[in-house]
Design a protein around this ligand. Structure first.
Ligand code: GLC
Length: 480
């Protein structure tokens, strides 16, 4: 039995700010439990969902040495859906309304978490064969392991996998201060270690010191090795390209299932979608306050409102698009004020066409996936993207830009062969986006049957974890 420990800064159901939490909350449950004992370790944030916090049982506590500091670490455990979770408690680091704060605070917070993870495994007697780290917040685990812990016998055999979910966030901070916080030796802070552009860089630490690096789609693995997509780390990734692998994320098909989803009012499958999906559409229109118009093309968007997600393209065309087209758009999400305000303004101007909810509601999100005709995701870059997979699962046609995981999961419609199950455009350009949205609308309004077949082909695709988890198992088996 191989022992695997996933380390991450967020996971459903405890805490979520983005897709990372969905992945850590679902992937561990898909490994072959005869061969892999997979557990998860997270910080215990004060802002965590109270119901889950109450389920945690304390198991031990100790002090973590962090440079000249000694900081308390409590370890709590819980078993949810068969997965063993450990949570690290420290009220100084993990206080606050959100998991992440200012970068200078987060730098010390996640150096602490990384060392606490390494201390915990020995204290609780679960020394894993592999620690699977995720994103910059856990990038220092391989660095501490190789430079400090592996001088101890019990840590010597541990291997590390480091997964990049978004290369834009790297955890960069002043070299001297990180040296003070971590107490790591000088040569770690050189260009062959965690230094980039005169700063220390936790994500680079994960890349350099881990045994295998993965990212969440094959296209994104290629893109991050180019100057356009590498966010300054493309050279490092090209250097380490022989240990870099792209493995597509899966979707939790148990949670996102139109036949059983408790968050949607009318359940459906491929055979009754034509009659049932319109009922969800009507319910969605009612919930978001749009006119009940069964025949109007309804586009959904559920997204963090950041430039990554393509909102510059949307803001560029929204006014003319809404003024001229017979369309409805339902938007849900929060993020940068400039996008939130842009949406508020146009929702006010076109109340019967645009509905915007600046918040996060899991119920509304699911109803948008189930009730909309199309789902727009024009990302500037997208490591994997999960929303397009959710849309496909509910027979909602994705309209995406061909980047990263969107390119790998959405096969564009071909009217000659009647293949493909989505719409896509190549360049980050608002006119290109809008012309592809218009082709989708054209098909919807004039070729009902072809549109419906397109929806069904989307529903037939399999983006569950089943095949991706086998790729992770192979990687694990290759290093230990
Ligand atoms: C990040 C990426 C997203 C990916 C998710 C999970 O949120 O932006 O594309 O799906 O991580 O890997």
């Amino acid at each position: 039995m191989k022992k695997i420990l996933f380390a991450a800064s967020e996971a459903v159901p405890f805490i979520k700010t983005g897709g990372l939490a969905d992945v850590i909350g679902s992937l561990p449950g898909y490994f072959d439990s005869q061969k892999y004992d997979v557990r998860v370790i997270l910080p215990k944030y004060a802002c965590m969902d109270g119901g889950f916090a109450a389920m945690l049982k304390p198991i031990t506590h100790f002090d973590v040495e962090l440079g000249w500091r000694r900081q308390y670490a409590g370890v709590l455990e819980a078993k949810i859906n068969g997965i063993q979770y450990y949570l690290i408690d420290n009220e100084y680091y993990f206080a606050g309304e959100r998991p992440y704060g200012e970068i200078y605070q987060d730098i010390e917070k996640f150096a602490f978490f990384s060392k606490a993870v390494l201390d915990t495994i020995e204290k609780i007697g679960f020394v894993p064969d592999i620690i699977h780290c995720n994103d910059w917040q856990t990038g220092m685990i391989p660095v501490f392991l190789k430079n400090i812990y592996q001088s101890k016998e019990s840590y010597r055999a541990i291997r590390t996998v480091f997964s990049i979910h978004n290369i834009r966030f790297q955890g960069r901070w002043i070299l001297e201060e990180v040296r003070d916080v971590t107490g790591l030796p000088y040569d770690v802070f050189t260009p062959k270690g965690i230094e980039t552009y005169g700063e220390s860089n936790y994500l680079k630490g994960g890349i350099v010191y881990s045994d295998v690096v993965t990212t969440v789609s094959k296209s994104y693995a290629m893109e991050i090795m180019t100057p356009e997509g590498g966010e300054g780390l493309d050279g490092v990734l090209r250097y380490y390209s022989d240990k870099l692998f792209g493995i597509l994320n899966g979707l939790d098909y148990k949670e996102f299932n139109p036949e059983t989803d408790p968050r949607i009012p009318y359940h459906f499958n491929k055979s009754n979608i034509k009659t049932i999906k319109p009922k969800n559409k009507e319910k969605l229109q009612e919930m978001v306050g749009l006119p009940k118009a069964p025949d109007t093309f309804l586009i959904g968007m559920v997204s963090r409102m950041s430039d990554q997600k393509g909102f510059d393209l949307v803001s560029h065309i929204l006014d003319t698009f809404l003024a001229n087209e017979n369309v409805q758009i339902a938007v849900l999400g929060t993020g940068e004020a400039r996008y939130e305000n842009m949406f508020r303004y146009f929702a006010d101007k076109y109340p019967s066409k645009l509905s915007v909810h600046i918040c996060y509601s899991e119920d509304m999100a699911h109803l948008i996936y189930a009730g909309a005709d199309a789902f727009l995701m024009p990302s500037l870059f997208e490591p994997c993207g999960l929303s397009q997979l959710m849309a496909l699962r509910y027979g909602t046609v994705p309209i995406v830009r061909e980047t990263g995981g969107l390119r790998d999961t959405v096969e564009p419609y071909n009217k000659y062969t009647q293949q493909g199950y989505g719409f896509s455009f190549a360049n980050y350009n608002a006119d290109e986006m809008i012309s592809i949205v218009r082709s989708a609308m054209g098909l919807y309004y004039t070729e009902k049957e072809n549109w419906q077949n397109l929806m069904l082909r989307g529903m037939e695709q399999d983006f569950s974890w089943e095949s991706s988890v086998k790729e992770y198992e192979q990687l694990y088996d290759g290093i230990c």
